[in-house]
Design a protein. Structure first.
Length: 253
């Protein structure tokens, strides 16, 4: 029997820069479906982000399961169509291994945990005006909070609220099928928390943890785990080479 590396209540977040891995390394562990989808990206940076995200997900799950990244059974399920996108599932993990992926500019993130459904989101802080974005994405209360901030803090303030909304909706699998202005979160200068949303899951059952994606970025991971204490650790993808997992997983990382 495979002994999980993650213990109950642990969530591991791995970071990668899509510019740093050779394409042949990224594609070596991917499925035919993943490689085919990668070929549809016209811009090289977009293709690299997608490839890096697929590779990092497989490497993270492989390290947990002590198998090769190519042996990880990844399923992406969309409730609206039969295309291979949407919420991510690892099909050969027992007990269940929850996973989520996000990427923005030069940051790619993967979160894995057995504690409960989770969602991760990383965003580059926008450089332009955010007033128009705020009208679509924030509730009236949140818009007022944003306007009350000094002008030089409004971009990062918006980004901090936005990643919380994205992360909690990714955790449930709804994504932006639920309008983000119907999801209310704490202000950007408060501890991240879900305050209200149009779902039956109590907001208090969702725990949001701030991440450290580096200068110019913000990120959080949200875990639906009721009152189970969650411990979040962050590491770089290169750390996979230094972990005592199987040779196949180490070589692919």
């Amino acid at each position: 029997m495979i002994t999980p590396v993650l213990q109950t209540g642990e969530c591991n977040v791995l970071w990668a820069d899509p510019r740093h891995q050779p394409v042949d390394v990224l594609t070596s562990a991917l499925s035919g479906i993943e490689r085919e989808r990668a070929s549809t990206y016209r811009r090289e940076p977009d293709r690299r982000r997608y490839l890096t995200a697929c590779w990092l997900l497989r490497a993270a799950a492989a390290a947990h399961l002590d198998i090769s990244p190519a042996a990880v059974l990844v399923e992406r399920r969309c409730p609206d169509c039969d295309k291979p996108h949407g919420k991510t599932y690892i099909r050969n993990a027992v007990p269940e291994l929850h996973a989520s992926v996000s990427h923005s500019a030069n940051r790619v993130a993967v979160a894995v945990s057995s504690a409960g459904p989770l969602g991760i989101d990383v965003e580059e802080v926008p450089s332009g005006p955010v007033a128009e974005l705020a009208q679509c994405a924030l509730s009236p209360v949140e818009q007022a909070i944003l306007r009350a901030l000094p002008e030089h803090e409004q971009n990062i303030g918006f980004a901090r609220m936005w990643v919380c909304k994205e992360a909690v909706l990714k955790a449930t699998g709804h994504g932006l099928r639920i309008p983000p202005d119907q999801v209310e979160v704490s202000g950007p200068n408060e501890a991240p928390a879900l305050l209200g949303w149009p779902l039956d899951i109590p907001p208090g059952a969702v725990q949001i943890h701030t991440l450290d994606p580096g200068d110019g970025y913000v990120g959080v991971v949200a875990v639906i785990a009721d009152d189970l204490p969650i411990t979040v650790s962050e590491s770089d993808a290169t750390d996979l080479r230094r972990t005592p997992f199987s040779d196949a997983a180490c070589k692919a990382a």
